[in-house]
Design a protein around this ligand. Structure first.
Ligand code: PLP
Length: 394
């Protein structure tokens, strides 16, 4: 791995300089793309040390991994072909057949599907825990339990579990603690500082930040990252050099982008909360959020994601999305453009409708990924769209 010479306590400096090749390649200010599948044999005595694209150890991978490790404050990092490659490979690496996992209830849909459709077929089991209530976790532990898996913020309700209690609980029971920290990104939350063993990302989202690649990452303890890498080397989910280049370029502006998105989303959320046709806003930065105090303690900022419901329900929500001009109606998140989705028709479509409603995801819930547009423009656009939605639904 490239030496991490720069570990400033300020993330913006770290994002620009950490992990860059030293000396610079041919004097190039920007680390080049190493578009080569294989590299000259250098006497390596171990399979995983051979320089080969699928083995995740080319200079293109090393630059991104070192930068991300520095941003997260982790010992090591691994870049993967998607967020799901990071999540599935990490879980397969920490859970042997027969292994049991504790997992939070409301999960990203792809992770939920992986657990229910695949993991169980590999002879592994899981138990859902209430991540809000640490006192209930003990009774879910069995002699086969190997790991505990949570998400930093739930999608799309932006719930914040008792994250600080997870690593301590894991240590007490000899478990590996894993967290999907895609939503806050290291700018707002660095789980390693709280004792988590492995931090997982869909780098497709904030880390890259431009909606133009799919990528993932695993950051944390050197021994565990090595195990995940060996598993990934066998499964083959490695990121191609051009996508590595785009990701390292995106990482350089991560702190600036997310700082802006924190501020903009907070303003949009507060404005929405005061609007007469809005029934409810979910954003951890609002005092009305049930876990605002916990989120304020854990996070340096509340992120760019929020969701809200209109008094007119689903018809009003559809009208709002139709009328809004600036945002794109599309899934995914964390890019420069504001995105709107109805989770009931996209990310949570696979969930049983009754179960979905029980989980608090109404048919009219609108999820917003706040981009980098001028906040006032977004608010003015939302206002005219809400006027139409209000007229249609209330
Ligand atoms: N984790 C979260 C929280 C996500 O939102 C997503 C994608 O939407 C993923 C993981 C999966 O990432 P990818 O689509 O990069 O595989």
């Amino acid at each position: 791995m490239t030496d991490v010479k720069i570990r400033s306590k300020h993330l913006a400096t770290t994002a620009v300089h950490a992990g860059e090749p030293d000396p610079r390649v041919g004097g190039a200010v920007v680390a080049p793309i190493f578009q080569s599948a294989n590299f000259e044999y250098g006497g390596e005595s171990e399979y995983h040390a051979l320089r080969y694209l699928r083995l995740n150890n080319t200079p293109s991978h090393d630059v991104v991994a070192a930068k991300l490790a520095a941003l997260e404050g982790g010992e090591a990092a691994l870049i993967t072909a998607s967020g799901m490659a990071a999540i599935s490979t990490a879980l397969l690496a920490v859970l042997a057949p027969g292994g049991h996992l504790l997992v939070q209830g409301t999960l990203y849909g792809g992770t939920h599907d992986f657990l229910t459709a695949d993991l169980v077929n590999f002879g592994m089991t899981y138990t859902v825990i209430d991540v809000d209530d640490a006192t209930s976790w003990e009774e879910a532990v069995t002699p086969a339990t190997r790991a505990v898996y949570v998400e930093a913020m739930s999608n799309p309700l932006l719930e914040v579990g008792d994250l600080a209690a997870v690593p301590e609980f894991a240590r007490k029971h000899g478990l590996v603690s894993l967290i999907d920290s895609t939503f806050p990104s290291p700018v707002n939350f660095r789980p390693v500082e709280h004792g988590f063993d492995l931090v997982l990302h869909s780098a497709t989202k904030y880390l890259n930040g431009h909606s133009d690649i799919v990528a993932g990452a695993v950051v944390g303890r050197t021994d565990l990252v090595r195990e995940v890498r060996h598993r990934l080397n066998h499964l083959g989910g490695s990121l191609d050099p051009h996508a590595c280049f785009l990701l390292q370029r995106g990482l350089k502006t991560l702190p600036v982008r997310v700082a802006y998105q924190n501020e903009s989303a907070l303003r949009v959320a507060a404005w929405l909360e005061g609007h007469p046709v809005v029934a409810r806003v979910n954003y951890p930065g609002l005092a009305s959020h049930p876990r605002h105090a916990r989120a304020s303690e854990l996070f340096d900022g509340f992120g760019g994601m929020l969701s809200f419901e209109l008094k007119g329900g689903r018809p009003a929500a559809e009208r709002f999305i139709e009328q809004a001009v600036l945002p794109v109606s599309a899934p995914s998140l964390g890019g420069v453009e504001t995105l709107l989705t109805l989770p009931a028709t996209t990310s949570h479509l696979g969930m049983d409708p009754a179960e979905r409603r029980r989980a608090g995801i109404s048919d009219g819930l609108i999820r917003v990924s706040v981009g980098l547009e001028t906040t006032q423009d977004l608010i003015e656009d939302f206002e005219q769209a809400l006027d139409s939605a209000g007229a249609a639904g209330v």
